[in-house]
Design a protein around this ligand. Sequence first.
Ligand SMILES: [Fe+2]
Ligand SMILES: [Fe+2]
Length: 191
Amino acid sequence: MNQKQAKELVRSRLSDKRYEHTLNVKKMAVRLAKRYGVDEDKAALAALLHDSAKEISKDEMRELMRQYPQYAEGGEERPASVWHGICAAILARTQWGVEDEAILSAIACHTAGRAGMSKLDKVVYLADMTSKERDWPGVGKLRKLEMKDLDAAMLAALKQTNDFVLSQGKPLDPQSAAAYEDILAHQKKEC
Ligand SMILES: [Fe+2]
Ligand SMILES: [Fe+2]
């Protein structure tokens, strides 16, 4: 699947608002990819597809994860907020002909992160949080940081997201906690 096909596909699957978000995430992902020497085409494709399963029902998502347990990444046990990324990766792999594991990974972990994230994973995760239309408090700061230091930006982003989830009394996805600990441990090693 190329970028044009991905764009057409998500246009047909998403509301105007989410489609606009998707295009903004793509722009930001390409910008970050350039900055960090990540393949721009892979970043664009992962960004275009990242929310492609966001508007299907929870039942459909559950069904998909049951149908492909080998790709479900423990999905049903995890908070429902992460299902759409896992399901988008399953659809991309099984129905839309996306074979590149790096792209599939970036799609699957765009909400929670995971331990051992690649640069492409990080680029898509951050692009989703800092796309043009995002206006949460602190987004300007993160936009500056992500152009300077990818891992520092990831730590700030994960902390922000994880604190927000906990403040709402919701369960924290273990992968999110693992992503944070993993990047922190790597940074400490480098110091
Ligand atoms: Fe998402
Ligand atoms: Fe998104």
